[in-house]
Design a protein around this ligand. Structure first.
Ligand SMILES: *[C@@H]1O[C@H](CO)[C@@H](O)[C@H](O)[C@H]1NC(C)=O
Length: 162
């Protein structure tokens, strides 16, 4: 029979491994609940009563490796504690045409909701600092019938920017 010391060593190991994996997961990804319809039909489509839960990867934060079409989570410029989910439409140096007629400044991006009729985004608040980005949404993980990858796409009405 194994000695108590044996079990103690095993449990110590498991505990350490558990602790490390929790730290890693928190550092590299997180899970966020989507509220509202500003990103419909990508998230919370139609008049569904349930909310989508999504996986947010943070590896992209290292050197702001974002691209046009990425769905990102960022802190609200007006309320640091509030997280906002939008799609990147333009990156630094890109020009956003009429009625905005602006060039995206260094270190900023232009974000819009997929459901433009109910989204507060760069069209009203202007370019958003990339420093507010908290991660990129990669997958829908709940509810089960909605599980899938979140694609990097530029909406058709914005293709003229490319
Ligand atoms: C856009 O948002 C409005 C208001 O919340 C909602 O009624 C409408 O269904 C949404 N559009 C799409 C395509 O989901």
């Amino acid at each position: 029979m194994a000695s108590p010391k044996f079990w103690w060593d095993i449990s110590k190991k498991c505990f350490t491994v558990g602790l490390i994996s929790v730290t890693i997961s928190d550092r590299f990804w997180s899970i966020t609940r989507i509220s509202g319809h500003s990103m419909s039909p990508t998230f919370n489509p139609g008049d569904s009563s349930f909310n989508d839960y999504v996986l947010v990867e943070k590896l992209c934060l290292g050197r702001y490796k974002f691209s046009r079409g990425d769905v990102i989570v960022f802190s609200s410029p007006s309320n640091y504690k509030e997280n906002i989910v939008k799609r990147i439409i333009a990156m630094p140096g890109d020009w956003v045409p009429d009625p905005f007629d602006t060039v995206i400044p260094h270190g900023h991006c232009w974000v819009e909701g997929d459901n433009s009729s109910s989204s507060v985004d760069s069209r009203s608040i202007g370019p958003v600092p990339l420093g507010l980005a908290r991660g990129r949404v990669t997958h829908i993980i709940w509810p089960p019938q909605r599980v899938g990858k979140v694609e990097r796409v530029v909406p058709e009405h914005r293709l003229s920017l490319l």
